[in-house]
Design a protein around this ligand. Structure first.
Ligand SMILES: [Zn+2]
Length: 462
């Protein structure tokens, strides 16, 4: 045997010997083209280590099977809490929806890798605090990835009545949130695919998202699912009255749809649900939440992943570009809420607010004084409508009435349209500031004065 033949033979022998290692390594890879939980964790740790200025990896908690629920925060000065709009992006509430994990993971990678070279990416990273939770349900994801491609819930064994006997496995995490929990479109049977759990927030995964959401002020959230090519916004249930921000959310959804070509629907118009993340976020935080149903199957073939990602990446980039002022989706000129009347008599402040814009808005009216606690009232106002408020006056001194948005980042309407009025009790005189309607009145009076003066003068000449 020649030298080369011997080498070839030993190489073949080596390959034969180690091939079981390869095959056993690949045996778990039931779903080609999709990473397992370990690879997802490694990717997040890689981004955290490679881009330490803009990536900060956090653990939100641990699952029943001991896996970490990761959140990657992406922002300039990622380890600092800055006063920037915050946006939450989630994937993988449901185990079998593998593409819903891939898209937020790829988005994190896209932001980190293009930060130094792409101006758009740099702008949205610098001006936002972006929290990405690619796998809300790691135990379920891993189970599905191993080949149980019909699995939807998490993997916690449930002993519903406490008799020591396991009644079923897993809770549908997107029915386990606390708003109107267990009422519509959810099951109380532990064997059901839409089992809502023994009580609201019974699961570590939903507890983790709740804690994150309550410790931040998210302007938007996007929860990815598959499938359907749909952008949902609240409500998912039909028990609540129409959401105050219905038109706004629909408008933002329509703007995102310009990029991914999906259909925009209020959740309950497809099928009713309770206990999903969107309804809870909308009811309990300042967040405008969206659910995006990706593609046309739970696990699209690997060669379709990139295309699905790119459309939705662009929708996310758009969303992050308006997080400082969501009303940009409805109007370049913002909301045009005005305080048109403000007076105080018999311990009551009478305030009129007018929506001079073309869209419904929801906001908060606050009456504050130097000496007493502020009074406030939440309201929604349709286009061109007016509303009168009577708020109790606490204390004495100078009173201020101010309108601020509710579902919004911190500085809504501060530039040109802030409705603001103050009232001095000691002088008993109304003073308004920044109320355009009154400025027009003053302006008109002054203009008329000059006009009359001019006319009078020219008449006198003759
Ligand atoms: Zn889903």
């Amino acid at each position: 045997m020649s030298h080369w033949a011997r080498r070839l033979a030993s190489a073949i022998l080596l390959l034969v010997l180690i091939s079981p290692v390869f095959s056993s390594f690949n045996a778990g890879a039931e779903i080609p083209g999709y990473p397992d939980y370990q690879q997802i964790s490694e990717k997040l740790q890689y981004l955290n280590g490679t881009y330490p200025k803009i990536c900060a990896l956090h653990s939100l908690g641990t699952t029943y099977e001991g896996r970490t629920i990761w959140a990657l925060k992406i922002s300039d000065n990622a380890w600092k809490e800055e006063n920037e709009p915050e946006v939450l992006i989630m994937g993988g509430h449901h185990a079998k929806e593998l593409i819903s994990v891939e898209v937020p993971l790829m988005f994190a990678e896209f932001l980190a890798e293009n930060y130094s070279s792409n101006m758009t990416v740099r702008n949205i990273v610098d001006s936002n605090e972006i929290w990405i939770v690619p796998v809300v349900n790691p135990d379920g994801y891993e189970y599905a990835w191993e080949g149980h491609t019909g699995w939807r819930k998490n993997r916690r064994p449930i002993d519903a009545n406490g008799d020591g006997i396991i009644d079923g496995i897993g809770v549908d995490l997107n029915r386990n949130y606390g708003h109107l929990w267990g009422k519509q479109g959810a099951s109380h049977d532990p064997n059901s695919d839409i089992y809502c759990g023994p009580h609201p927030f019974s699961e570590n995964e939903t507890k983790a998202i709740r804690a994150l959401a309550l410790s931040h002020n998210f302007t938007f959230s996007v929860s990815f699912h598959s499938y359907g090519k749909i952008i949902y916004h609240p409500w998912g249930n039909s028990l609540d009255p129409e959401p105050m921000d219905n038109e706004l959310m629909e408008a933002i959804g329509n703007e995102m749809a310009e990029y991914n070509n999906y259909t925009v629907i209020e959740g309950k118009d497809t099928y009713v649900t309770t206990g999903d993340s969107d309804d809870w976020l909308y009811a309990n935080t300042t967040c405008l939440p969206f659910t995006i149903e990706l593609g046309k199957e739970f696990i699209p073939p690997p060669d379709e992943i990139q295309g699905i990602f790119e459309k939705n990446r662009d929708a996310l980039v758009y969303l992050l570009s308006i997080s400082g002022d969501p009303y940009l989706a409805v109007s370049e000129k913002r909301t045009n809420l005005r305080i048109t009347h403000f007076s105080i008599s018999d311990g009551v402040a009478n305030i009129s607010v007018e929506n001079q814009g073309n869209y419904s808005v929801s906001a908060l009216l606050t009456l504050s004084s130097g000496s007493g606690p502020p009074e406030s009232e939440r309201f929604a106002l349709k286009a061109h409508e007016k509303m009168n408020f009577a708020l109790r006056v606490n204390g004495s001194g100078e009173f201020e009435a101010k309108i601020s948005a509710l579902h919004h980042a911190k500085e809504w309407n501060t530039k040109d349209n802030t409705a603001f009025a103050s009232f001095e009790t000691d002088e008993g005189k109304l003073r308004t500031e920044g109320t355009d309607a009154l400025m027009y009145v003053f302006g008109t009076v002054i203009l008329l004065f000059f006009l009359f003066a001019y006319v009078y003068k020219s008449l006198k000449k003759d």
